[in-house]
Design a protein around this ligand. Structure first.
Ligand code: B12
Ligand code: SF4
Ligand code: SF4
Length: 331
């Protein structure tokens, strides 16, 4: 069978690029400081070089809150211009206290699908290492509608089209921020073990949606049918969330019932042991090992398919999305 995939991916399939890059921190020439001015403003103030800037490197609150708001709204607008479906900003300090960041280090180590074997040396299980000076996270979502399932397919070892679109958006944001402001942006990798962060929490704190009973980020516009990516900047920007939104409260849970592995059938995690109420599946009933059994099955049944304009047929892995597709929100 010949598969039709978009023109953009074809070149990349040929290029056989690595599925993931390591954290791309564009180390800006201005180091150590958390304060920023736009390049234009710096020029007006005669601060053409950071060395001439008497306040740079001190408490960044010298920066006008209007200036921060202006930068934030520009980031939010630019992200959409660069192809993001949704975008939000969350505070690093608040994220460090968020559920996944405090619960994951206490959970048994996970080494199934989605865990990277190449761990940062010395990083403990479920631990997150933040880029130096990171103060705010910019989190983006890209819609993955049910009628475009190929966005989520793995073509051999090549990252899905949807993930590539997310990476391209973040790369453009990093480049634009570097060219426009004296700020240090850092593109975070997907894997936590490689220096990434827990993306769903970032999305909740950034106001993109809530954690549903299917254990996924559920957005008001697209339900759980989105994928995420993030970057940090070394300035405190106002958070754009969280939202007052919970579609699960009175729902009959078609999502959890749809799971072929019954991954939501038992309570595995208890608030007492984990020190908080917000647990996997919300109530501690999402079993990632059961879910991982399905992921392995999906890998095993992957078919070799031809991709348009690609000389070699590829193994196409279509990971389970039943709990995602069964949710009515955003349909
Ligand atoms: C490892 C991983 C997996 C593993 C393990 C899953 C797990 N959750 O443990 C496996 C392979 C099983 C898996 C499966 C899936 N995954 Co996955 N996975 C990841 C990865 C890389 C890390 C997740 C992780 O380790 N979380 C740590 C544990 C502690 O958290 P957790 O179980 O997710 O539960 C936390 C939340 O529920 C949260 N929580 C609960 N209540 C509340 C309340 C508030 C206010 C907040 C803030 C948080 C919160 O706190 C919990 C801790 O208690 C992320 C990418 C990333 N860097 O974040 C993608 C990611 C979470 N996966 C994603 C997807 C899409 C899937 C699948 C649908 C498979 C697929 N087709 O891609 C299934 C869905 C399973 C499900 N129902 O949750 C998306 C989710 C998008 C979304 N809309 O939510 C992510 C973000 C990747 C992406 N490309 O965008 N995944
Ligand atoms: S179907 Fe959607 S709204 Fe209903 S419980 Fe599941 S995630 Fe929540
Ligand atoms: S992705 Fe599939 S196996 Fe995993 S929890 Fe959802 S429905 Fe169950």
């Amino acid at each position: 069978m010949r598969m039709k995939i978009d023109g953009g991916i074809v070149q990349r399939l040929h290029a056989r690029v690595a599925p993931e890059r390591d954290r791309l921190c564009v180390s800006h020439k201005i180091q150590g400081g958390a304060g920023i001015f736009s390049r234009q403003l710096r020029a007006q103030k005669g601060l053409d070089s950071p060395k001439n800037d008497p306040v740079y490197g001190e408490d960044e609150d010298y920066m006008d809150s209007n200036e921060k708001l202006r930068i934030s709204s520009e980031i939010l607008r630019k992200a959409k211009e660069f192809d993001a479906t949704l975008v939000g900003i969350a505070s690093v300090e608040e994220l460090k206290r968020a559920p996944s960041f405090t619960v994951a280090p206490k959970m048994p180590e996970y080494s199934g699908v989605g865990a990277d074997k190449e761990k940062i040396p010395g990083l403990g299980s479920g631990e997150v290492v933040w880029p130096e000076g990171a103060r705010s996270v910019i989190v983006i979502a890209f819609a993955h509608p049910e009628n475009q399932p190929e966005l989520d397919y793995w073509y051999g070892s090549i990252s899905p089209i949807g993930n590539r679109r997310l990476m391209a958006t973040i790369n453009k944001l990093v480049k634009w921020l570097n060219e426009t402001y004296d700020v240090r942006p850092c593109h975070l990798p997907y894997h936590v073990e490689r220096g990434g962060i827990f993306l769903k929490d970032a999305a909740v704190l950034g106001g993109l949606g809530c954690i549903g009973k299917n254990n996924m980020l559920v957005t008001p516009e697209y339900g759980p049918r989105v994928r995420l990516r993030a970057m940090t900047v070394n300035i405190d920007l106002p958070s754009t969330g969280p939202l007052n939104f919970d579609p699960c409260a009175g729902c009959d849970e078609s999502c959890t019932k749809a799971c072929p592995e019954e991954a939501f059938s038992k309570q595995l995690y208890k608030a007492k042991e984990y020190g908080r109420e917000e647990l996997p599946g919300r109530r501690g009933n999402y079993d990632r090992l059961a879910c991982n059994i399905q992921m392995k099955l999906d890998e095993n049944i992957a078919e070799i398919q031809e991709a348009e304009d690609c000389d070699q047929p590829l193994r196409v892995v279509k990971y389970c999305r039943k709990c995602e597709f069964a949710c009515w929100v955003g349909k």
